[in-house]
Ligand binder design. Structure first.
Ligand code: NDP
Length: 337
């Protein structure tokens, strides 16, 4: 049997392009004792992959050239030579940009069985997966959002941002999103229940964005969940309430090497702010607690999510480039089988 896969062919200097990836077809090796063969149904595309394409120092190892691109996957076991798994089991893992993966069934955390009775398989890559846990961690462990507080989140309609806002609403907060374009903004308010959303593309000068934020958060911002950096961070920082907390989750506006200086760090002192970055994979002990809340909320319809689905493995590079430019609307995944 053959396995189609996408490898990193070259490293981008700034903005990545489709030519940095190469589609290959290789024969699948025979399954050994203790291994399972997984057919991937969906591949997750995530902004962190951009960092892995670089050679330089980052919090994660660079993706090796000519190796299968790293990526979260959900799928079905088609053959098992491990007693803990059976053909037909649905699993989530880090199978990479390929149709199949062969996994050591005994490797801790390599694959995990998931229950698709009340939660769709693809949601384990989004709201009930890594992005959902990211939202939960930043909101509960860093911002520590309390009822009555105002929480702002950027990239608000995305996989992480949409969960941040809904988790904050469930905790009785006032939620203001920041997103690119009227459709994304309308979605967060009309469908997800945010109190307001600012279209940073329409509010293209900082004064206008600042005024809109003042109107939406008249008492100041208690918690800011930062996904983008740059001018949006500067504008929100200036509106932070005393003792406000900022969870530094992502800085996507600088992922291609754009400089994103912070305009006014004196605000940290003046407003006695707490700023803390985090990497969700370093907090595995809290994942079960987070996944329980997220899974229950999705199953009961209290946590909504939206997906952008690219069709077929070959579409992954273009979909990934689109994700970095905001062409996705909700969690970006690729349907592989
Ligand atoms: P999203 O689904 O939010 O997609 C990315 C979005 O970022 C785009 O849709 C776009 O939305 C926005 N964006 C892209 N470029 C810019 C820009 N220049 N300025 C402003 N917004 C931009 O992705 P995720 O939910 O998966 O990830 C959100 C953030 O969380 C990322 O920064 C990611 O790196 C980070 N992250 C961090 C983790 C951690 O452990 N620290 C774990 C997971 C994610 P729009 O159209 O609204 O501009």
């Amino acid at each position: 049997m053959n396995n189609q896969r996408i490898v990193l062919a070259s490293r981008p200097a700034a903005e990545p392009e489709a030519g940095n990836f190469r589609l290959e077809s290789v024969a699948l090796p025979t399954l050994q004792d203790g291994q399972v063969l997984v057919r991937h149904h969906f591949l997750s595309l995530d902004p962190y992959m951009r960092g892995r394409m670089n050679d330089g120092k980052n919090y994660a190892q660079p993706q090796p050239l000519d190796a299968v691109m790293i990526g979260g996957t959900v799928g079905e076991i088609v053959e098992s030579r491990h007693p803990g798994f059976a053909a037909g089991d649905k699993v989530v893992g880090m199978g990479g940009w390929q149709q199949f993966s062969i996994v050591d069934g005994a490797a801790p955390g390599a694959i995990r069985k998931v229950d698709t009775t009340h939660v769709a398989l693809s949601a384990y890559l989004g709201a009930v997966g890594m992005p959902g846990v990211t939202a939960w961690f930043g909101l509960t462990q860093i911002i520590g959002a309390k009822a009555g507080e105002t929480v702002v989140v950027s990239a608000a309609s995305g996989a992480v941002g949409s969960a941040v806002g809904q988790l904050a609403k469930a905790r009785g907060c006032r939620v203001v999103g920041i997103a690119g374009g009227p459709d994304k903004c309308a979605y967060t308010v009309d469908e997800l229940g945010f109190d307001a959303c600012l279209d940073y593309k329409a509010l293209s000068d900082n004064q206008a964005l600042s005024q809109a934020l003042k109107d939406a958060a008249p008492g100041g911002v208690d918690g800011y969940f930062e996904n983008v950096g740059g001018r949006i961070l500067d504008v929100v920082m200036a509106q932070m309430a005393d003792f406000g907390r900022i969870a530094f989750c992502g800085m996507i506006s600088g992922y291609n090497g754009e400089p994103i200086p912070m305009a006014n760090p004196a605000l940290i002192l003046r407003s006695r702010l707490k700023l803390q970055g985090f990497i969700v994979s370093e907090h595995m002990a809290l994942w079960p607690q987070a996944l329980q809340e997220l899974g229950a909320m999705v199953a009961s319809g209290k946590l909504k999510y939206r997906e952008s689905v690219a069709d077929g493995l070959a579409a992954a590079p273009e979909a990934f480039l689109g994700l970095l430019k905001g062409r996705n609307f909700g969690k970006q995944i690729v349907k592989i089988a």
